[in-house]
Design a binder for this molecule. Structure first.
Ligand code: DGT
Ligand code: CA
Ligand code: ZN
Length: 584
């Protein structure tokens, strides 16, 4: 187990302890503290253990250290398994309801004796939850909302979870001599922000025998991350991986590969539109091939790869990210598809935190990490004072931070440019958390909502429109506030927000954090069509967070963005000129 897995397991132990009938809050918290310590460690954890450097760290008392040692040495924790086995399944299920924690779960379990989420839903509808001490009508409504959310999103995984599970298996399979071609398909290839299951397609030589396919399937189903084999055959096998995500591997003859890959890449909606076009051209398409319809039957149109298939249909090649039936068929037929932005087009970072607020690295460390990654600028945007929970800066702090940035700019001159920014809170009425005179000292301003998430739609929208009308606001941060698989965004009329941003020349970010990916790609497309510049922002709170940019690029590509649509593809001088021009 690596560092992250151990921290996650410690956290799970803490949660399981809190779920016990005779739960001891102190003990549960001890494991959460230990998880935090492990998370913030630098370097390889098994090395640290060997060197005796884990001993005495905050939260790592002798008992917990013993459990951590066990995880490092054996790759599992019998204590965790035991706790899990002794926890009623319905309690674990309830944990997945957004907004419901161990304390309330225990009360519900003890007082209502529910055995399933369906029973809890029933109890809510019969008003039995509201009547328990410490619950009330509002809490009951929130639980119902949570159950509803779970039924919509509960079986999906964040993109990086799916990718991190798929990639080692892809890399392992790729080395097999039997495999000719191999590709990830499905929603993962299309870079959807959440993924239900992993689809992979492999090919073998057309004259390969069944033993070769079996060798591939044996190898696949015995991968170390496979925890369950759901099905195993010569053409398709299905497994469940450690994270709980399911994965299918299909093996076809190599001449079949493009058609099968195309089919399982999807989306269904893209296929429906494409099939319509094929029929209009007297062709038909399915997972076996692309055929010309003749009076005496169907004739296969030979294709070496996917571009051949689109060419046969009289179209330009459509990148997987765009295969969502968002007008790509028409654009490909008229050869007007955009050339999509790539990660290598990015020139700098425009939303990053430091130890001045809730970041874990100093400005200097963030600067060095940006240089390492080849960026030409770094915009530091710590929180403003209203975000007190995140160590928000007062005007005076901001001035001193500016002095530190001036010094660093002298030191790093010629290598990188550090911009003075802020992630300024948008207050309840839409005013900004700083006066104009303070904002005027900065190179640029990101404005975000971090409070009063539940205002009525009209009020929330007006709040955002007021902020956009502020002449100092350059970029709206994580505009809808959604947390994927956890909470919906604020009630905003996003069409009105996009309209206003376009009118005022304000940018709207794609927050690249994989739990946010906010603006959503459907809306990115709308923003682009209105001429809004969309920066791809990592919102990094730690050096490693800078690497989230690639998830944001996935969303940018799904939103049809070209390099020219993305603000931080500008070179330093052009970017500074852009911000200066806005101030006028
Ligand atoms: P998800 O829900 O994140 O797994 O999304 P996908 O797109 O990966 O969906 P999945 O795994 O059910 O199927 C992968 C692709 O295979 C899908 O995008 C299109 C194709 N496909 C699967 N089943 C059908 C079907 O019944 N009809 C059509 N037209 N295509 C299908
Ligand atoms: Ca899938
Ligand atoms: Zn924020």
């Amino acid at each position: 187990m690596d560092k992250n897995q151990i921290a996650a397991q410690l956290e799970s132990i803490g949660t399981l302890l809190a779920l016990k009938a005779d739960s001891n809050a102190f003990e549960a918290r001890a494991y959460e503290n230990a998880a935090r310590t492990i998370n913030s460690l630098d370097g390889d954890i098994s090395q640290l253990l060997k060197e005796g450097k884990l001993k005495g760290l905050p939260g790592l008392g002798s008992r917990i250290l013993q459990r951590v040692t066990e995880m490092i040495e054996t790759g599992s924790s019998p204590y965790y398994e035991e706790l899990r086995a002794s926890t009623p399944a319905v309690k674990l299920d309830m944990l997945r309801i957004p907004g419901l924690g161990p304390k309330r779960i225990n009360t519900i379990y003890d007082e209502l004796h529910v055995n399933s989420i369906a029973e809890l839903e029933q109890a809510c509808k019969e008003d039995r939850v509201a009547h328990m001490a410490g619950f009330g009508k509002k809490t009951q409504d929130k639980i119902l909302q949570g159950i509803n959310f779970l039924s919509q999103h509960g079986d999906r995984f964040l993109y990086p979870v799916a990718e991190d599970e798929a990639e080692p298996i892809r890399a392992a399979l790729e080395k097999l001599p039997e495999i000719v071609r191999l590709k990830v398909a499905g929603s993962l290839r299309r870079r959807r922000e959440t993924v239900k299951d992993i689809d992979m397609v492999a090919s073998v030589a057309d004259d390969a025998g069944v033993e070769q396919r079996r060798a591939i399937m044996d190898f696949f189903t015995s991968q170390p991350s496979v925890i369950h084999i759901t099905g195993k055959g010569d053409t398709k096998s299905s497994v469940v991986l450690r994270s709980g995500i399911a994965m299918d591997l299909r093996v076809v003859n190599d001449s079949q590969f493009p058609y099968t890959l195309h089919h399982f890449t999807g989306s269904r909606e893209h296929h429906i539109a494409l099939r319509r076009r094929a029929l209009s051209m007297n062709m038909t398409i399915n997972d076996y091939g692309l055929f010309r319809i003749k009076p005496d039957g169907e004739e296969l149109i030979p294709c070496q790869d996917e571009p051949d298939m689109y060419a046969a249909l009289g179209m330009a090649y459509i990148e997987p990210e765009m295969r969502e039936d968002m007008g790509e068929i028409e654009a490909a037929a008229s050869n007007t598809l955009p050339e999509l932005v790539k990660e290598s087009d990015l020139r700098g970072v425009l939303h990053a935190h430091s130890t001045w607020s809730d970041g874990q690295n100093t400005i200097r460390e963030m600067v060095e990490a940006c240089i390492e990654r080849g960026y030409s600028y770094l915009g530091i945007t710590d929180h403003s004072k209203a975000a007190a929970y995140a160590g928000g800066l007062k005007a005076d702090d901001l001035r001193r931070q500016g002095e530190e940035i001036d010094k660093l700019n002298e030191e790093f001159a010629g290598r990188i440019r550090i911009l003075k920014g802020i992630e300024c809170d948008i207050l309840r009425d839409g005013a900004l958390d700083f006066e104009d005179s303070v904002l005027a000292e900065l190179d640029f301003v990101v404005a975000s909502i971090h409070s009063n998430f539940n205002l009525p739609p009209q009020e929330q929208t007006q709040r955002m429109l007021n902020a956009i009308a502020n002449p100092y606001v350059d970029i709206v941060g994580h505009p809808t506030g959604r947390i994927l698989l956890t909470r919906e965004g604020y009630s905003l009329d996003m069409d009105a927000v996009i309209e206003a941003a376009a009118r005022h020349g304000v940018c709207i970010e794609i927050n690249a954090h994989p739990s946010r990916l906010d603006l959503d790609w459907h809306l990115v497309r709308k923003a682009r069509d209105k001429g809004i510049k969309v920066p791809v922002n990592p919102d990094a709170h730690i050096v490693a967070g800078l690497d989230d940019m690639r998830y944001g690029i996935g969303v940018a590509r799904k939103g049809w963005l070209r390099a020219t649509d993305v603000l931080n593809t500008l070179e330093t001088d052009a970017l500074l000129a852009f911000f200066r021009a806005r101030r006028k």
